[in-house]
Ligand binder design. Structure first.
Ligand code: TYD
Ligand code: MG
Length: 458
């Protein structure tokens, strides 16, 4: 028997090496190299076959290539369509990554079951057909043309696709697929790469769009999706806190649209509900004014939304004060607290500070700084902030309140949501037509000024 050819692959980033090495020179991770068999069978044997053979195709001058501008496929899901850039492009390959249990299978099955104009083939290597049917019952079956196939071998999958001729193929998940062309086990880096490239060739030749589901775990033990990013057309990340209902679908790479779009969903008993008005996340049930709460007018992707930040400042019971934050960068919180301490003279050094963003979502927008500061001050003083007040500005290292982008959009959203006052940076006032807003716009330059306006004058 011929000697098997093997190579070592980094399970974290996919780098290759002829011998085992302890530390990956590419990503710097330790002990991630695993030996994998990469020997291919003789050419021709076990090759994928699908209609629209390569022979018919030849190089074409770019001007002669025809395309249809409104060819995009409507997936009957506003949020998903939006993230993809107003629908799915035929022949495109999209990777949906996310931690296990976040709802990737639910989202894709929902697309398969609700897209009643399409024949969809859902290939599952993780769940049985019965389990999928049960899940389908919860979500509601609208598409009689949704086919379920539990198979992991790509050659078998292609044979069935040829017979069924679906308009959309969903693979759940890429880590469970294996191809006969490579000997290593399913889920290994070389298998994932080869299966994805077979899928990519398939979608490009047949013009059938493909969704690939890929797991990412926090410790990166199941690699894969990272090494596929350059192969696919679109990479979407499904994220959120499993303990909360809200999920955000972000586009990380999109060859056919903007990467700043995002879709928001809420996990319910009957599947994922589209959240078309994201500010509803903020509307936490609260009848009375409580200290430590401030509303921020943020923009995630291209969408303005109002988010509630909650802070709790209390005297540290045990020597070392604690700082903890959920949904907001802990380092940034420490920085803001240092600014409050050093530049504004608030004695927070011996206090515990806890910060929480309502709804379990993560916010990167720097415009939330001012609301964080306001919430911390409000809790520290134990004076509630008026519920009709919101904030939108960044805070700099010297305690200055800095301008942020797209201020008008934020102000309009706050106005639309019924807010009566918005604090912004004085530097944002330039060119801002305040007359067109009914909401009161209060500019401030320094944290000290904000403090005076909030707790001594209002
Ligand atoms: P799932 O799609 O299996 O996650 P993934 O494929 O990303 O691993 O979804 C997992 C969770 O979603 C599971 O904990 C149950 C929950 N869920 C609901 O809350 N409502 C529903 O209607 C469905 C189908 C699932
Ligand atoms: Mg799943």
């Amino acid at each position: 028997m011929a000697k098997l050819k093997t190579t070592f692959f980094c399970q974290n980033c996919g780098a290759q090496s002829a011998r085992w090495i302890g530390k990956c020179p590419s990503c710097g991770e330790w002990n991630t190299y695993v030996e994998e068999v990469i020997q291919r069978e003789e050419k021709g044997k076990g090759m994928i076959s699908f209609s629209g053979s390569d022979k018919a195709r030849k190089p074409t001058a770019i001007g002669e290539i025809t395309f249809d501008t409104d060819q995009r496929i409507d997936l009957q899901n506003e949020e998903l369509n939006r993230v993809l850039g107003s629908g799915l492009v035929p022949g495109s390959i999209t990777l949906i990554g996310g931690e296990p249990g976040i709802g990737k299978s639910t989202l894709m099955l929902q697309v398969a079951l609700h897209c009643d104009k399409l024949k969809v083939l859902y290939i599952s290597g993780e769940e049985s057909a019965q389990q999928l049917r049960m899940r389908g019952e919860r979500i509601g079956i609208k598409n009689e043309n949704c086919y379920i196939f539990t198979e992991t071998n790509t050659q078998v999958i292609f044979q069935h696709i040829e017979v069924l001729q679906p308009g959309l193929v969903i693979i759940d998940s890429i880590q469970t697929l294996h191809t006969d062309n490579i000997d290593s086990s399913a889920g290994s880096i070389s298998q994932i790469k080869e299966c994805a490239s077979e899928m990519q060739r398939f979608s490009k030749i047949t013009n059938i769009p493909v969704f690939l589901i890929g797991h990412i775990t926090k410790d990166g033990s199941l690699a894969g999706p990272k090494i596929l990013e350059h192969m696919v057309d679109t990479v979407l990340n499904f994220e959120g806190d499993r303990n909360y209902g809200y999920r955000i679908l972000r586009s990380v790479k999109n060859r056919f649209g903007s990467t700043s779009e995002l879709g928001i969903f809420e996990m319910q008993d009957t599947g994922l509900r589209e959240v078309s008005n994201p500010s509803e996340i903020l509307l936490s049930q609260r009848d009375e004014e409580v200290s430590g709460i401030a509303i921020s007018a943020t923009i995630e992707g291209l969408r303005p939304m109002l988010i509630e930040t909650q802070a709790l400042v209390s005297s540290a019971a045990y020597g070392m004060p604690q700082r903890s934050s959920t949904g907001f960068d802990a380092k940034r919180l420490n920085m803001l607290l240092a600014v409050l301490e050093k530049r504004c003279g608030f004695r927070l050094g011996a206090k515990d500070v806890f910060l929480n963003i309502a709804g379990g979502i993560k916010v990167d927008d720097p415009a939330i700084d001012l609301a964080v500061v306001a919430a911390v001050l409000s809790s520290n003083e134990d004076i509630p902030i008026d519920t009709k007040t919101c904030f939108a500005a960044e805070v700099g290292l010297s305690g200055e309140i800095r301008a942020i982008n797209r201020i008008e959009q934020r102000i309009s959203e706050a106005e639309k949501m019924g807010f009566e006052r918005i604090f912004i940076s004085r530097y944002n006032q330039k060119g801002l037509d305040t007359k067109k807003f009914a909401i009161r716009i209060i500019p401030a330059k320094k944290i000290g000024e904000l403090y005076a306006l909030l707790f001594t004058q209002l």
